[in-house]
Ligand binder design. Structure first.
Ligand code: SF4
Length: 391
């Protein structure tokens, strides 16, 4: 709170244009906003008094009305493989998770966009928890702000060295269902005065919110990952319920449109391997047909990379992980047809930080979790939809 009992403005809520507009409202020029922005995001400062090259008059003005509001860290867990998971308290009984995944040539932060998720994918812990609320831009960025500046100290990085080189919006939530908060956060990640990440190193992962994929292409095209998980509508309706609204033919068309503006010349398709559900050779061939545009509404192949994710089982799902040799056989069908296919290495599974395991704490307001409990889990693949003949 400020002296006037107005809540302080959280400066993490602004991209650079937003901060410039805010500073103009305080009677300050744009270059002052740029200085302030660099202090916040490049240097990790939270105290206006420490911002030594900022005019004292501005520091004094800000101290009365604004703040840089971090998220309280509820817990931190470190995996034997170097993965670190933080649980951030976002108030109201909700907490969200972020995961840092170090590799030889990069450091990736997996960021949450919502407390819970309303999409309700059957194989996802978050989906089973239901949905509470969207995160603000400031809450999305606070995860990166904390992780970057905490890790610089922890890893004893040299001045100017970055801990986080890649961001994936693959934590809790469907980022494209929180679009207005997401886009300013992406802009800060990309801004040379902010985190300076290239568009290729920032990835939005979506379960297929088609109209928002089109908007992202216009507003802030970054790398795109699409959670596919099934090659035909009847099965995908079951696994990713959003498919009933935006079926595969529409989703694949949106992918083709997105590629016209994308920073990479391919879409990453994520495919969670579920034993006896979506992992047969026939289903791999159906997936090929979908990618090749031989399904309904025929079109060109979608340039893509396919990422097969070993499922991380949790009791409520009623689903099992595909055996290793099944995953490899599935991959081979696709690789033999020229589709770049990788099997994701499981990271951080000793701390439940692997893909689909993020659970946080969610005060479910949608009763999504309850609904899902009542639905029978289909563990036998649906009979395949008839495919039109190859062109
Ligand atoms: S996989 Fe993504 S979109 Fe689906 S329920 Fe989980 S968080 Fe939501």
């Amino acid at each position: 709170m400020t002296g006037s009992d107005q809540p302080a403005v959280n400066l993490l809520d602004f991209d650079l244009d937003g901060l410039a507009a805010y500073c103009e409202g305080l009677g300050e020029k744009r270059f002052r906003a740029t200085q302030l922005f660099r202090w916040i995001h490049q240097k990790g400062a939270a105290d206006f008094g420490a911002m030594s090259d900022l005019a004292k008059s501005l520091r004094d003005k800000l101290a009365g009305v604004a703040e840089i509001r971090p998220l309280p860290v509820a817990t931190e867990q470190a995996s034997a493989d170097g993965t670190i998971k933080w649980l951030f308290d976002v108030g109201g009984g909700n907490a969200v998770e972020s995961v840092f995944i170090p590799e030889d040539d990069r450091g990736t932060l997996c960021v949450s966009s919502q407390a819970g998720c309303a999409v309700g994918c059957r194989f996802c812990s978050t989906g089973h928890q239901g949905f509470s609320r969207n995160l603000t831009t400031g809450e999305i960025l606070a995860q990166l702000w904390y992780a970057e500046h905490h890790l610089r100290q922890r890893l004893k990085l040299a001045p100017g060295e970055r801990a986080i080189t890649n961001v994936v919006m693959m934590g809790m939530g469907e980022p494209l269902q929180n679009y207005s908060a997401l886009v300013p956060a992406l802009k800060v990640m990309l801004d040379d005065h902010g985190y300076g990440l290239s568009r290729r190193r920032v990835t939005v992962s979506t379960s297929g919110v088609v109209p928002m994929m089109d908007r992202l292409r216009e507003d802030c095209p970054v790398a795109l990952a699409v959670s596919l998980h099934a090659p035909i509508d009847s099965l995908r309706n079951d696994l990713v319920p959003l498919n009933k609204k935006y079926p595969l033919v529409e989703l694949m068309a949106a992918c083709r449109r997105y590629l016209e503006a994308a920073p990479r010349d391919f879409i990453t398709f994520e495919y969670c391997m579920l034993d006896g559900v979506n992992d047969s050779d026939d289903q791999a061939r159906e997936l090929l047909a979908l990618i090749d545009g031989r399904g309904e509404g025929g079109a060109d192949r979608v340039p893509c990379k396919l990422n097969l994710i070993p499922f991380n089982p949790f009791p409520e799902s009623g689903l099992l992980r595909s055996p290793r040799n099944r995953v490899q056989a599935f991959a081979k069908v696709l690789q033999d047809a020229g589709v770049v296919t990788t099997i994701r290495k499981t990271r951080g599974d000793d701390i439940d930080a692997a893909c689909g395991q993020l659970a946080g704490e969610v005060q479910d307001r949608t009763r999504a979790a309850e609904r899902m409990k009542r639905l029978p889990v289909r563990v036998v693949a649906a009979p395949p939809d008839p495919l039109p003949k190859s062109r």
